[in-house]
Design a protein around this ligand. Sequence first.
Ligand SMILES: Nc1ncnc2c1ncn2[C@@H]1O[C@H](COP(=O)(O)OP(=O)(O)OP(=O)(O)O)[C@@H](O)[C@H]1O
Length: 123
Amino acid sequence: MMQQEKFSVLSRIKSFSHAIAGIRQFILHEHNARIHLVATIGVITAGWLFQVTRLEAAALAAVTGLVWVAEIINTCIERLADLITRERRPEIKIIKDLAAGAVLTAAAIAVVAALFIFIPKFI
Ligand SMILES: Nc1ncnc2c1ncn2[C@@H]1O[C@H](COP(=O)(O)OP(=O)(O)OP(=O)(O)O)[C@@H](O)[C@H]1O
């Protein structure tokens, strides 16, 4: 049977710092992160300009976060796939296309939510 590791605050802090390093790596080295950063600043600015309600702000935060999470996981999958092989392989194509599809799905959800929130403010 596997020995259960004892809970340690220090190791939890270490895990947290690894996660922060991952976010830092993503923002500093991934081109797509810059696109998401600009889009996120755009959403925050629009939310501020159009005085969205707290509920609308929460919805915007959730869908924007969803896109970030999907893109980070997509990047992770792409890196793993490239580590396995750089050869053109149909299996790798399916894996990468699925991961990219997840990002597109999240982005589409974000656009739909933004339209629901912002269009009524124009009419
Ligand atoms: N090893 C491979 N074998 C087969 N197809 C691949 C392979 N690597 C990439 N592809 C195809 O090229 C597409 C783009 O893959 P790539 O790793 O270049 O991502 P990318 O264009 O850099 O994506 P992103 O813009 O999210 O960083 C994949 O979705 C897949 O269809």
